[in-house]
Design a protein around this ligand. Structure first.
Ligand code: RET
Length: 282
């Protein structure tokens, strides 16, 4: 197999992944399912564009270092990762917290650490093979990766426990898969054409492509299906408020909120004469 064949496999796998997500998320859904639907769908679409540009010969630059004939550096992968890894982490954060506003600064912090990891990883990839600065950037990127893990297993996990037992259990499964798969990327970097050249260009391309398929199509499909199942159980138990349905019978802002000193209950809301209460219903 050639590098190009692996890049076409990646493009086709991402197109199939996007089509599968599109079908799974189609139809009436809840807010939670919609969040995951759009995130995973666009993760696959972004990666499909990245694999297409690489497969058609425009997503790489040729660098003179790394052996007698130089090496192709696939910068498009880093463009893809800089978009898709924050989206995957946002999905995991939403599984833990339901709302992005519960600890929005902490959530943003995890996404910043992730962007920092990808951008400094890009610098490591661009640096000449065997140079000191390559390993400097590599260590900086790994340090940012450590902060991503701290965010997942510290902040997200403790929030997931407060959300519900179901959310905590789905979070644990998703966080375990994501942490294990992501851990292999710096290993491929280390062994491949961007690192020590222990692996040639074909095994490097194969390893990244297979990892991307597991991390985006495999994980994304699993996460979306499990989120749908969880939503179905929550719907059956009457735990999902009407404004969280898609389509919703009424938009959130159209629902009268009770005043601060009023009892909360359907009759109280219906007879409430004050259009703008100070307390939200959900
Ligand atoms: C690099 C190189 C330097 C050190 C580290 C890296 C980490 C990369 C990761 C990428 C994850 C990508 C995913 C893409 C698909 O959706 C940049 C390879 C730490 C963790 C999950």
């Amino acid at each position: 197999m050639t590098v190009n064949a692996w890049l076409w496999i990646g493009a086709i796998a991402m197109a199939i992944g996007a089509a599968v997500q599109l079908v799974i998320g189609w139809g009436p859904r809840t807010r939670d399912v919609e969040n995951h639907y759009l995130l995973h769908l666009f993760v696959c679409l972004a990666a499909m564009a990245s694999y297409l540009v690489m497969a058609t010969g425009d997503g790489a630059i040729h660098l003179a270092d790394g052996g007698p004939v130089g090496r192709d550096f696939y910068f498009a992968r880093y463009v893809d990762w800089s978009i898709t890894t924050p989206m995957l982490l946002l999905g995991l954060g939403l599984t833990a917290m339901h709302s992005p506003f519960r600890r929005w600064a902490a959530l943003l912090g995890v996404l910043f650490a992730d962007s920092y990891m990808i951008i400094t990883g890009l610098f490591a990839g661009l640096s000449p093979v065997g140079s000191g600065q390559k390993w400097l950037w590599y260590i900086v990127s790994c340090a940012a990766f450590a902060f991503v893990y701290i965010g997942i297993w510290g902040i997200f996990r403790s929030e997931a426990k407060k959300t519900s037992e179901e959310a905590a259990s789905l979070f644990r499964t998703n966080a375990t898969i994501l942490s294990a798969v992501w851990f292999l990327y710096p290993v491929v970097f280390l062994l491949g054409t961007e690192g020590t050249l222990f692996m040639g260009d074909v095994p490097t391309a194969a390893a990244y492509t297979l990892l991307d398929i597991v991390a985006k199509v495999g994980y994304g499909t699993f996460s979306l299906i499990e989120t749908k199942r969880k939503a179905a159980r929550e719907l059956a138990a009457g735990l999902i408020p009407d404004p969280d349905l898609r389509p919703a019978p009424a938009a959130f802002h159209e629902i009268r909120a009770p005043a601060r000193n009023e009892a909360v209950g359907d009759e109280a809301i219906e007879t409430n004469e004050r259009p703008f209460g100070t307390r939200r219903r959900t």
